[in-house]
Structures are given as C-alpha cells and as structure tokens.
Design a protein around this ligand. Structure first.
Ligand SMILES: *Cc1c(COP(=O)(O)O)cnc(C)c1O
Length: 458
C-alpha cells in the first residue's frame, strides 16, 4: 500500500480558536462595513486572509529568539542573518528592513525617478503602490495564459518576452531602472516562474543594460515548483535551484513573513556594492542602522533559522500538498478555480462563481462576505477593489481576474480545517443563484483602498 501524505512536523503548542453563530457573523460583518480587514481575529474561525506573518515558528526558531543579540551596531544576530542570506541567495550584500514593503521603499528610493517604467509580472499591490507613489508606472508583462483560469499551464507566472522587449525597445533605458520578477507571482494566483523564463528575462535585461530585481517573498515555493515541473531540475535540491534563480538577478526585496516563516521581518539583498551604499542611506533614514534596520536581534535570529527551514524540501512538500488538498476538494465539487493550484493559496474565480453580478458590484468581495457568514472563514478579495483606480484618470480598473484568495498560513492549520473550509464554500456554491446583488463603496482612500474601504449592500 502506498503511504498517504502526512505532515513533516508534530504539534507542541496550541492556540484555541472560537466558533460563532451565523447571526453573530451577520452583525459583525455589517459592523465591519463588509470589509474583512475590519473584523476582529476572534470573530474568525479559520483565517485565510493571508499567509503573511501568520505561520507557526518551529521550536528551533523560538530557541533562537532567546539567543538574540540586541546591540545597536554589529550584533551577532546581524552576522547570523547575513550568513544565512549569503548561503541561501548568493547575494553578498544585505540590508534588514521591518517587512517587504519597507524593503521596496528603501530600494526604490535609490532606483526610481518620476516618469520611470518598471516592467514585470503582475506586480504585487505594495510594489505597485511604491512605484506609483513615485510617479512611475508598473508595466504588466505577464503571459496571457495567466488570465485563463481553466488553462492548466505549469508556469503561469512567466513574463511574456515579446511584451517585455516592446517596453525595452520603445523607451529610453535610463527610464527603466529595473525589471521586477515576482516569485511566485501572487497576483496571478501564486503561480511560479520557470528557470528558463528567469534566464531569458535576465539575458534580455543584460542586453539592454537594465537590472533584474526579484520580489522574492515566495522564492522557495517557486523553487519547489521548478523542481517538480521543469525538465532538468528533478534531481536538484531546493537550495541549488534557489541559488541558480538568484544568480540571474542583481538583487531582491524580501517579505520574510512568507517563505522565511517569521511573523515580522524583511530584507534587501544585492550584488553591487555601489547600489548597496546608496540604499544604505535610505535604510538608515527610514528603517534603522544597517545592522538592524527595523528588526530586533532576536527576530533576525529567528529569520536566519526560518530561511534554512523554509528552503527544506519536507517543509515545502508538506505546505504545497496541503494547499493542493484544499484545491482538490473544491475542484471535485466543480467550483471554478485558478488552475493549477497556487503555492500559497487557492484562488476562486468569482466571475464564474457569480456571473450574475455586474462588475461594479465586486463579485469576489461579495463571495468573501458570503463565505464568512457561512462558516466564519476569512478569505480576501484579489480583484476590482485591490486593482484600485487608475492614478491618472481616477477611473476604476477592472482586472482580467476577479479572484477570491484562500491563503494558507504555514504550519498553522490541519487538513481538517481545509475540509471545513471546502464544505463551507461548497455550501455557498450550492446557493449561489440566490446571491443576486453585491456591494457599493461608501468610503475609499486615495491609494491601496482595499485595506480600509467601507461598503454597503448595492
Ligand atoms: C507580501 C508581499 C510583499 C510585501 O511584503 P510585506 O511584508 O507585506 O510588507 C511584496 N511582494 C509580494 C509578492 C508579497 O507577497
């Protein structure tokens, strides 16, 4: 008999979670102005809002917390982290930051000027926010296959080389400070980028004298998919694949809250000393001195340990199989999903789930509210609210993909929780035709509106 899948860890400490009634949830979500970011965590039973900073640290990471060196300058924790980053990424220079967007803020302060263009594969929301805040533009060059949710393509995070070349040919290179490769590509559904594509983008960038920067939050999951799906990599270790991936780039920004399995933290890693020096000035202004930059010593220790654990095959295999387990339960019930299953999340195609809703009524947000009312499961909209308004015309942007994301925290929930979530969504699927109206906005911020938006029933 073939042995079934089982987690590569056992549980040493638990955190109780509370169930609620449908009547309670109806009141709470109304009080939250139908924005799931406004819910209190104890109003949620299974929290799939994000996999960011919500993972469970290991006993070794907690042990490292006790060994933190809190010296202002030159702490041993800094050197421990420096060695981990150098060993795993191959980049010689690094700056700690308090999270991923802080890394973007520091690096982009050194690199981006007004009017610049930054091509890439479906830039993440904070990345795009930091680009547009500097009066520059993010140019999405993701392959068209990424937006066909039913198409089972192994590397839907890939950059379309023709689209990229068009940007590089059609604009002065001094206005293209970098190409950003997001691994895995969160916005297109946690989809990986192939090694062949990374190499081809890097070759093209070199020809034009443009830098390649990785938005690397889920670099280890990307490496796992390369190992599983790309010819020639099946016998390579995750660490070998990671080193090769980063060898094609000039640097990276990292949200350590993802694949490095810590609750807070980030960094920039770079190949070039000159750029490192420029970025250091901004790091000191915005984050802290270059040997702690927004992190305490104990957190740098836990991060160093998390980088090693997060790039172990067993850790990744357990995680990605749990995500696929949820995906399979939903797929077997005919719920429309982005295929193949993502690395960190399952993405439900809300346009096909609720085709009766007009695009102005936020189908994915409507589905998120329904799933919460059904079972206390918190997911998140990756659709029109997130896409925000065009910074120039101020018109709503209606993205190709209107998705509900079920993001799975690392090492946090069991497969019973996944089965619970699947049953809840299947219940909503069975009553989908009765959902005849969505929501309208009553308040929105000028940028990154989805975090604080307030809604009422349309
Ligand atoms: C989370 C994330 C970021 C931002 O990181 P924070 O730690 O949340 O600030 C940037 N890019 C990608 C792809 C991410 O997933």
């Amino acid at each position: 008999m073939e042995l079934p899948f089982a987690e590569s860890y056992k549980i040493k400490m638990v955190e109780p979670v509370r169930k609620s009634t449908r009547a309670e949830r109806e009141q709470w979500i109304k009080d939250a102005k139908y924005n799931l970011f406004n819910l209190k965590s104890n109003q949620v039973f299974v929290d799939l809002l994000t996999d960011s900073g919500t993972g469970a640290m290991s006993d070794r990471q907690w042990s490292e917390m006790m060994l933190g060196d809190e010296s202002y300058a030159g702490a041993s924790s800094y050197y421990k982290l420096k060695e981990a980053i150098n060993t795993i990424t191959g980049f010689p220079y690094f700056l700690p930051t308090h999270q991923g967007r802080a890394a973007e803020n520091v690096l982009f302060s050194a690199l981006i000027k007004p009017g610049d263009l930054i091509p890439g594969n479906a830039h993440f929301d904070t990345t795009k926010g930091h680009i547009e805040f500097r009066k520059a533009s993010a140019v999405d060059c993701t392959i068209d296959e990424a937006s066909i949710t039913t198409l089972d393509h192994p590397f839907k995070g890939n950059i379309d080389l023709k689209k990229l070349e068009k940007v590089l040919v059609g604009n002065p290179v001094e206005h293209i400070p970098m190409i950003i490769i997001t691994v895995t590509c969160n916005t297109s559904g946690g989809q990986p980028v192939s090694m062949a594509n990374i190499k081809a983008v890097s070759d093209m960038a070199r020809n034009y004298g443009v830098k390649v920067i990785f938005d690397a939050a889920r670099f280890a999951e990307n490496a796992y998919f390369i190992q599983q799906r790309e010819a020639g990599y099946e016998r390579k270790s995750i660490r070998e694949i990671v080193l090769e991936m980063f060898s094609y780039g000039d640097g990276m920004t990292m949200s350590s809250k993802k694949d490095a399995i810590v609750n807070m933290g980030g960094f920039i890693a770079l190949r070039d000393q000159e750029l490192f020096r420029e970025a250091s000035t901004f790091n000191i202004m915005f984050e802290g001195f270059i040997t702690y930059g927004g992190m305490s010593g104990r957190d740098m220790n836990a991060l160093a340990q998390g980088l090693y654990e997060g790039t172990e095959f067993d850790t990744l295999d357990t995680r990605i199989k749990q995500v696929a387990y949820l995906g399979k339960l939903l797929h077997e019930a005919d719920i429309p999903l982005q295929l193949p299953y993502g690395g960190h999340a399952i993405f439900v195609d809300a346009k096909r789930f609720l085709p009766q809703l007009p695009k102005e009524q936020f189908a994915a947000q409507t589905l998120a509210v329904e799933l919460y009312i059904e079972a206390g499961v918190r997911a998140v909209e990756i659709g029109t609210l997130l896409a925000d308004r065009d910074p120039v015309t101020r018109e709503n942007r209606y993205p190709e993909l209107e998705l509900l994301r079920l993001a799975i925290p690392r090492r946090t929930y069991t497969n019973n929780h996944m089965a619970y979530v699947a049953a809840a969504l299947i219940n909503v699927w069975k009553r989908r035709e009765k959902i005849t109206s969505g929501y309208k906005i009553i308040y929105e911020a000028p940028i990154m509106r989805h975090f604080t938006v307030e809604l009422e029933k349309a």
